[in-house]
Design a protein around this ligand. Sequence first.
Ligand code: ATP
Ligand code: MG
Length: 307
Amino acid sequence: TIDNVLDLEKLAVLGHGHGATVYKVRHKNSANIYALKVLRFDEDVMKIQQQAAVREAEILKRLDSDLIVKCYGGVFDNQFLDTDNGGDLCFVMEYMESGSLLDVLSICHTLPEKVISVVARRVLEGLQYLHGMQIVHRDIKPSNLLINSKGELKIADFGVSRVVATTNEEREWCVGTCAYMSPERFDSERWNGGDCDGFAGDVWSLGVVVLECFVGRYPLIVPGQKLDWATLMCAISFGEKMVLPDKASPEFRTFVWRCLEKDWRVRGTVEELLDHPFVTTCCSGPVEGLLGNASEPSFGLKVASQF
Ligand code: ATP
Ligand code: MG
């Protein structure tokens, strides 16, 4: 556990999310490299929400799986960013050298089915682990699927999104994250009514991600359509199920259909989908064999040229 951010030396900025910045850092004593996610908390954020965030970090620290980006600690600190605006919440995480699936897609645009099937199986295995721990991720999307130098894909950032959602940037955040949200999560009555546990929402999000990998753009709205909350909500809750291009295999079609079933009660479960031919017949082994050496800076381009 790392509980003092002053032991960390900032090396570079890895990326910006809504309400957060992720740094590459070195632990001064051990020289180990980590990723440090710093969430900016506005002063008007309630103490109770800060406490919830720290509790969340405690849960994350207890998770230990190769399928999940490891979290080594979460602390409040106002010294790391040299600001004096109250507390910033810092999460020390495993450093994932090759960035996110979003980075891969921004270079490759689309991925072949055999790569998508490996991604799908990794995410399903990760969800099986999380759900087994009674944790719903709630924010499965390309930027939260990270790849290390060995080409292994892992799930990052559960719970963190709930923390971010309480800041002023909620609206902006929502468009980024609502895009992968299931119909039942827009239906607050049912969501709050207690009969929906939320696990099925993670399966929906996976369906959107794999479809996006295949068609090369966010798949639930037509290109050029305005991307705001209302448009997204209508498309997700009432839009026709997308017809996949002819080149998609029957296995891929039925897999996506089971994930994107609007009624969460009949949607495919993680267990069912782990047995689906789309993932059981895929090339075994981690993403590495398919994606080449992910530690090289040209990784994404290599992926693109390989297919
Ligand atoms: P949002 O804020 O909407 O969730 P996001 O997931 O892109 O979007 P962050 O989680 O703050 O936002 O991450 C920002 C970027 O930092 C990511 O897109 C990723 O490229 C990079 N990143 C995050 N965590 C790590 C990590 N552990 N190792 C390496 N890079 C990371
Ligand atoms: Mg993220």
